[in-house]
Write a protein that binds this ligand. Sequence first.
Ligand SMILES: NC(=O)c1ccc[n+]([C@@H]2O[C@H](COP(=O)([O-])OP(=O)(O)OC[C@H]3O[C@@H](n4cnc5c(N)ncnc54)[C@H](OP(=O)(O)O)[C@@H]3O)[C@@H](O)[C@H]2O)c1
Length: 430
Amino acid sequence: MNKNINIAIVGLGQIGNYLYNELNVKKKDIEKKTGKKIKIVAVSAKNINKKRKFPISKKIFYKNPLKIFENVHVDVVFECVGTSDGVSKKIVETALKNKSHIITPNKALIAKHGDSLSKLAEKNKVNLEFEASVAGGIPILRTIKEGLATNKINKVYGILNGTTNYILSEMENSQEPFDKVLRKAQELGYAEPGNPKLDLNGFDAFAKVRILSALAFNNKISKYKCIMEGIEKVELKDIKIAGQLNYRIKLLGISEIIDNKLFETVHPCLVKKNTYIGNVNGVMNAVITEGKPVGESVLQGEGAGPGPTSSSLLSDLLSILRGNIKYPFGVISNKRKSIKSYDNNNYSNSLYLRFEVKDKQGVLSTITNRLAKFKISVKRIIQTPDKKNDRATIVIITHKTKEINIRNCLSIFKKNKNIVKFPTLIRIYN
Ligand SMILES: NC(=O)c1ccc[n+]([C@@H]2O[C@H](COP(=O)([O-])OP(=O)(O)OC[C@H]3O[C@@H](n4cnc5c(N)ncnc54)[C@H](OP(=O)(O)O)[C@@H]3O)[C@@H](O)[C@H]2O)c1
């Protein structure tokens, strides 16, 4: 690699624009640490005239990012557009074919096309780095690829989405309902103003789970149908009741090898207040790995925002400039295997079930009889009457039960006229 390194940034939004400034500010530091002189030779975004926090040089602006490769030699391209297909995929493929290294925070792209893109990078002997795609500033991917390289990891889990963690924590702190706290998160820039759906429905955390599994277990990115639930159905009432029972609600992403099969999931969980994960609050992320012989390792930090994300993007850059060219997923693509999927039906947890019912005699026994019919045994019942409205809230904590049992059991409650709303189910983290 030459001493002079040409860099292109495609996408100048929240991340790309901040990165543009960081690269300029940290030029000297990067040279001191790597012996390489960096220069931004091309930038691209949709709109050249858009007002940006850090003004960009219009002389090196490209409306069409693919034209960059026709005009100038680029050593490293930062892809910061963020689509799972379309322009992001095209830029990355074109850059790799042109033997430019790629660095991206784009989890949607890597979770969908990481396998084929890593093959292309290996073929062209360049790097594809994506540390910033999982848990923002937390260096979890490099930790798995390098620090824990010879360990046999059997589980990676944690809080992988800062937006949802902020919402759940703030609902507890302020005792305000979901919609109000979501608006607050949008005002603070923690949730997307237009469409926060991908954070709220678990999709964002799920893409991260798939990337983590591929690195931790050396498997190809799985495409299996999994249990993916977000936080949209969590009500303030659930947070209050969980609190009384000494729990907090957290959205957990879990990837695990069970009986030599791969199990991946994202769903809200009740976690004990006195556990480590129960005390990761606000926009914080935390990732926990369990491996042999190392045991449990924990990494915690800010999971989003331009500062933490740029920290990871720059760590990828320094790794490349120091000559650390390696396989994107830690092992060569043709040695990455496909692990069979664990049957979701067998996933077992204790459950929190909340029923909103008409306050009539016999309703509770109808519920418990139905649960018993599906072999779901009850550990605890909390019944709170609402005399004014002739209603009652019944919360049932169950013993461990299989997913298949609860799914079959709950579907029946849809038809019961005394149950005024489909029951809320939140799994309890073991
Ligand atoms: N924001 C975070 O906290 C965060 C954290 C971790 C990872 N990430 C990831 O970082 C990536 C970027 O996120 P972001 O928040 O910076 O998104 P963003 O603010 O929406 O920025 C997207 C950028 O892409 C540009 N763009 C769109 N279409 C283009 C095209 N056809 N050609 C060239 N440029 C195009 C836009 O141009 P204009 O500016 O002209 O419209 C904009 O500058 C995503 O993959 C995201 O998942 C973000």
